[in-house]
Design a protein around this ligand. Structure first.
Ligand code: PXL
Length: 273
């Protein structure tokens, strides 16, 4: 059966992240995607000044209720960047009303990176994300987000013991499957680890010379598309990390594109017909 997903995150009108990245990638892999925007911004908040921000908290329940009365249901809900802590309860309501009984609730707790919360986020964001994580089938935190979720001190380079504690703490919060990104066992490596409470699947790669904002949203969209297409986890993470590396490689020589990877160039290459 063809799959239908709802993604709940912001629209950054310029800047290659969140909804504008999720839509083309999920569509490319055959997933019909509906959007419930949490906010509309002129750009993302990393590296742009004076961005505009329209909070859509008041509109969200109306959209959910309309769909509910239409009998619309989704195979998965994928949440990302939220616009206001009041939206956590609205997201829980969307899950109750719109997710199929056996549907997947997937949370990218997009709130922090490089040891810091994104601008405008505070303790209420962390608490709300923890609530979403506690009922999630899959979560996709980076190391920083995992630290905020579990009250762990942030470390840029991590040893096995640190990672095992982090995974155990995230699992204890209630997440059934954890896909932890920005894992680094030394300065030259970067990778991801999946953990389902029993098995750890680790993919480590050579670290690229530069990191780009928005990479997490491309990665999450790819991994989620692959999950819905029943791809085994190792193959899934391999494919998604290779895609990210290729996207960064085609962006490195373009100084006008510091704000995000040019992932479209890789999506284009992937399409055979
Ligand atoms: O990539 C996550 C993200 C999404 N949306 C907005 C952001 C960010 C990260 O900074 O600013 C608006």
């Amino acid at each position: 059966m063809d799959k239908k997903i709802l993604t709940i995150q912001d629209i950054s009108c310029y800047g290659n992240c969140s909804t504008t990245v999720a839509l083309p990638i999920l569509a490319r892999y055959g997933i019909e995607t509906a959007i419930l925007p949490s906010a509309i911004l002129s750009t993302h908040t990393a590296g742009f000044k004076d961005f505009t921000f329209l909070d859509l908290t008041d509109e969200m329940p109306k959209i959910i209720d309309h769909w509910y009365h239409e009998g619309i249901k989704f195979d998965a809900i994928y949440t990302g960047y939220i616009g206001n802590p009041k939206q956590f309860n609205i997201i829980l309501d969307a899950k109750e009303k719109l997710l199929k009984e056996d549907g997947l609730f997937i949370v990218d707790p997009a709130m922090a990176d490089n040891g810091k919360l994104y601008p405008g986020f505070d303790e209420s964001t962390i608490l709300g994300m923890r609530d979403l994580v506690s009922i999630a089938d899959y979560i996709l935190p980076n190391i920083t987000e995992a630290c905020f979720l579990t009250n762990t001190d942030y470390e840029e380079i991590q040893d096995d013991n640190y990672i095992n504690n982090l995974l155990a703490s995230l699992y204890q919060l209630g997440a059934k499957n954890i896909i932890l990104t920005s894992v680094a066992d030394d300065e030259d490596s970067l990778g991801v680890i999946a953990y389902d409470g029993l098995t750890k699947t680790t993919i480590m790669k050579q670290r690229e010379e530069k990191s780009y904002h928005g990479t997490g949203d491309i990665f999450s969209s790819l991994v989620i598309a692959n999950i819905l297409n029943d791809m085994p986890i190792k193959e899934n993470l391999d494919m998604a990390t290779e895609f990210i590396i290729d996207s960064i490689d085609v962006t490195l020589d373009d100084p006008s594109h510091e704000y995000a990877p040019k992932y479209e160039q890789i999506l284009k290459k992937n399409i055979k017909k």
